[in-house]
Design a protein around this ligand. Sequence first.
Ligand code: SF4
Ligand code: MSK
Length: 627
Amino acid sequence: MARSQEEIEELSICKDAQIMIEKAEKDGVVTVWDRFKAQQPQCTFCKQGLSCRNCSMGPCRILPGKERSLGVCGANADTIVARNFGRGVAAGAAAHSDHGRDLLETLDAVANSDTQSYEIRDVEKLIRIANELGIKTEGKETLQIAKELADLLLEEFGIKKGNIGFTMRAPEVRRKLWDSLNINPRGIDREVVEMMHRTHMGVDQDPVSLLLHAARVSLSDGWGGSMIATELSDILFGTPKPVESKVNLGVLKKDEVNILVHGHSPIVSEAVLTAVRDKNNIEMAKAAGANGINLAGLCCTGNELLMRQGIPMAGNHLMTELAIATGAVELVIVDYQCIMPGLIPAMNCYHTKMITTSPKAKFPGAEHIEFNVRNARTQAQKLVEMAIELYKKRDKNRVLIPVEPVPMMSGFSNEAILQALGGSLAPLLDAIKSGKIRGVAGLVGCNNPRRKHDYCHVTLTKELIKNDILVLGTGCSAVAMGKAGLYMPEAASLAGPGLSSVCKALNIPPALHVGSCVDNSRILHLCGLVAKELGVDISDLPVAGSAPEWYSEKAISIGLYFVASGVYTVLGVTPNITGSKLVTDLALDGLTNVVGACFAVDTDPHKMAELMINHINKKRKKLNLPV
Ligand code: SF4
Ligand code: MSK
């Protein structure tokens, strides 16, 4: 039965989503909300983390305190919950870090002149990063430096002596704490593999030991795989600078060939962008009756293009099926992560085609056109030609572009933030010390059909900026803020008087788009820089994090690396750990005595804001700053 208007408004705060949910229903497109409903009631064992299928004596489902309190092997609820959580962190860290490895292989190919499709766009950053990691660059050719950097970073993934190089960006006191807990990350793959080993039947049964290793895995993501992904993407594709663009489904064009890129890595999307901008292709599109070729992004590969190239953003995670339901999309080109297989039946309702490009992410029903460093240019050309052909098949009567796009600013890399501040952190520190900016919050992560789409992201951001807290956003959270108009300097009028005055002086928004999911590493790096400058630990800073509508294993890893780095983090969706009191107490409290920060969980964005503001005030007091 069709949903009423009230029911639709309960699903999303976004006008474009609401209009498209109605159209999707009419067109027979099954959406994430329909499948979520069909899944009710969901398994309460799994929800609490109390089911295990790590071996074939199981699967086991635990009822603590009852007859079935142990699995067949004898594992109890604490072990099972900790093991499941640890595997989730390992999967998330693996996803980010494998993405980082792809960038590294691309850099390696460029360094060895093994590709015509990519180049080094930010030589200055290449030299800076190489120097930071101890590579001597004087008198060396760019490609030689790139080769040495690639060789050094390849080692970060395997077995190396010592710790991951970028951990040196954390203050010494934090690194010493990690050393004392034995969680300073070593090789990235090594930590992930070790978690898979520990969680095999009959290995690590101690929940605390498992959780400490989970922290180490997550740190290998935040200060390792993700940081490598961010820094190498900047070197290869350019370090983001403030740029203006547009966001929401209104960025699709009625009279142009629309191509969407979806996933996470910039490797494919940047190659597609080059082909889309090619004059001959634009002429070809015109010959097919279109006014041009329009490229727009979804999720994090969209964030990558938006940050560096100002390419408009069509939407976040829960908007992906709805984008197809506009009937205006010719091609959805995907790489990996967060791509719902539900897109395939959705596209089958229209003339749309989905193209997979990575050997790691194939979807039955989608056409696979594989990209690698050598063929990226040719493959991208092929895809643009395919999109132009598909445009001829578009049924104009079924097209609905639901809204006008909203302007947004993007491109706030740490380098860009420093530049906006006049070249040093001093103005930011002065503003924090005086209380004009009371603190900084990182808002990250996904959408989840358990929560009204974008409601928590937007409400929480508004509450924080109203209280003079500067918000840094990434991933799908950032898209929500952009759609709500919070990424324009004019949004300073919604901020408290202190933050508003800083934003007006610098002509920046009160919430800054700092990138994609891997770019949470930019926030870690910034925390490290500020902590070092103030001579304190990250856990002493008036900062907090939140993933208000998270869904993915990557978000678990992100949340944990923030906490393990000393950042108090509020989740808006409860992780599957409530089946163990020990694990839950540790996550929500006990970790403070271990790493100086912990998680909190609340589903109400007003309460989430209160928790974060109280935390920031507590830290200000400790630093003798005015509250
Ligand atoms: Fe059951 Fe233990 Fe096997 Fe898990 S590892 S499925 S708890 S027997
Ligand atoms: S895309 S991980 S839904 S933020 Fe990075 Fe969005 Fe979450 Fe995927």
